[in-house]
Design a protein around this ligand. Structure first.
Ligand code: TUI
Length: 315
C-alpha cells in the first residue's frame, strides 16, 4: 500500500489528487474521486461564489469524504469564491495560475488546508513560509496554464526547497509516472488528463474521443504572447490561435477576445472550431474510459509492482 504524510494529513486512502480542471472538475467527478479514496477537487475557475456553493453542496450530497476546491487566481470571481470556501467549511484548497498569498491568511485562520499549485521553487518557498500544508509542483507537461520547468526537473528542486509534502503533477498518467514521482521525492501525485476520460467526467463525448485518440505529439502551447502559456490539443482552433499570436497586426485585446469562451465550448459542446481542449502531453498514455475507482486502483497496483521490483536494478 502506498502511503505518505499527505494521506494522514488529509484523511485520504490514496495520495492521489484529481486536478481542479476549469469547466471539467464538477461535483460528479470530484465526488467520484473522493469516494474512491483519492482527493476530488472542484474547479472554482468557471463559477461565481453562488455557483460554487451549489456545486459544493451537490458534492456533499454524494460524498462525505475529504475534498478540495481549486481557486484559479486569475478568475474575476477569485475573491468571492475564496469567501464561499470558508463559509462552506471546505477542507482543502488548491490554487493555480498565480500567487495565493492574499487569500492564505484567511483560509488558514478558518482551518482550511491550503495546497498551492506552484511552477517554481521560489513560489513554493514563499507559500511554505506562510503556512501552506503542502504544494503541488506542476511541470510543463500538464494541460492548461503552465510554467517553464518540466516535472522531472521541477519536482526534486521543490522537494529540496521546502519541508512540507510535495505532490507531483504534469506528465503522470499511469503507475510508471506515479512510481517515478515518488522516486523524485514527491509524496503524492495529481492527475488531470487521465480523469478527463473517467466515466464520471461530464466533458462532451467529442472531448473524450480526442483524448483517447491523441498521441505523444498531439498537444501545443499557445498564449505565450499574453503571458499565459496554455497547453491544449492540436485542433483548428488552437492552430489558428497560434497563428494569430504571431501576427503583429493583431492586438493583445483582439487575441484575448478570440479565446473568450473557448474552454466552455470545448467541454460543453465539443466544438472543434471554437473550443480549446486543454490536455497534457500524457494523452497518448490514456487509452480507455474507466471509473475513477478503477483508475485509482489500477495506477496504484502498477506503481506498487514497479516499486516492489525496483531492487532488481541493484547488483
Ligand atoms: O492553473 C493551472 N492550470 C490552468 S488554469 C486554467 S484557466 C486559464 N484559462 C485561460 C488562460 C489561462 C488560464 C487552465 N489551466 N495550473 C496551475 C499552475 N499555476 N500552473 C502554473 C502556475 C503558476 C504560474 C505562475 C503559478 C504561479 C505563477 O506565478 C506566481 C507569481 O509569482 O505571480
Amino acid at each position: 500500500m502506498i502511503k505518505s504524510r499527505i494521506c494522514e494529513m488529509l484523511g485520504i486512502r490514496y495520495p492521489i489528487f484529481q486536478g481542479g480542471m476549469a469547466w471539467v472538475a464538477d461535483a460528479d467527478l470530484a465526488a467520484a474521486v473522493s469516494n474512491a479514496g483519492g482527493l476530488g477537487i472542484i474547479a472554482g475557475m468557471n463559477s461565481n461564489g453562488e455557483q460554487l456553493r451549489a456545486e459544493i453542496r451537490k458534492l456533499r450530497e454524494k460524498c462525505d469524504k475529504p475534498f478540495g476546491v481549486n481557486v484559479m487566481l486569475m478568475s474575476p470571481y477569485a475573491a468571492e469564491v475564496s469567501d464561499v470556501i470558508i463559509e462552506e467549511k471546505v477542507p482543502v484548497v488548491t490554487t493555480g495560475a498565480g500567487n495565493p498569498l492574499v487569500f492564505m491568511k484567511k483560509w488558514i485562520a478558518a482551518g482550511v488546508k491550503v495546497i498551492p499549485v506552484v511552477a517554481s521553487v521560489a513560489l513554493a518557498q514563499m507559500v511554505a513560509k506562510r503556512g501552506a500544508a503542502a504544494v503541488v509542483a506542476e511541470g510543463g507537461e500538464s494541460g492548461g496554464h503552465i510554467g517553464e520547468a518540466n516535472t522531472m526537473a521541477l519536482v526534486p528542486q521543490v522537494v529540496d526547497g521546502v519541508d512540507i509534502p510535495v505532490i507531483a503533477a504534469g506528465g503522470i498518467a499511469d503507475g510508471r509516472g506515479y512510481a517515478a514521482a515518488l522516486m523524485l521525492g514527491a509524496e503524492g501525485i495529481q492527475m488531470g488528463t487521465r480523469f478527463l476520460v473517467a466515466k464520471e467526467c461530464n466533458v462532451h463525448p467529442n472531448f473524450k474521443a480526442k483524448v483517447l485518440k491523441a498521441g505523444d505529439t498531439s498537444t501545443i502551447v499557445s498564449g505565450r504572447r499574453l503571458g499565459h502559456p496554455v497547453r491544449s490539443l492540436k485542433t483548428p482552433f488552437s492552430r489558428k490561435f497560434l497563428e494569430l499570436e504571431k501576427d503583429t497586426s493583431i492586438s493583445d485585446e483582439e487575441l484575448s477576445a478570440f479565446g473568450t469562451g473557448a474552454l466552455r465550448k470545448a467541454v460543453r459542446e465539443g466544438d472543434d472550431e471554437g473550443g480549446a481542449f486543454l490536455c497534457g502531453q500524457v494523452a497518448g498514455l490514456v487509452n480507455k474510459e474507466q471509473t475513477c475507482a478503477e483508475i485509482l486502483e489500477e495506477i496504484t497496483a502498477q506503481a506498487e509492482k514497479i516499486l516492489g521490483g525496483a531492487s532488481e536494478f541493484l547488483s
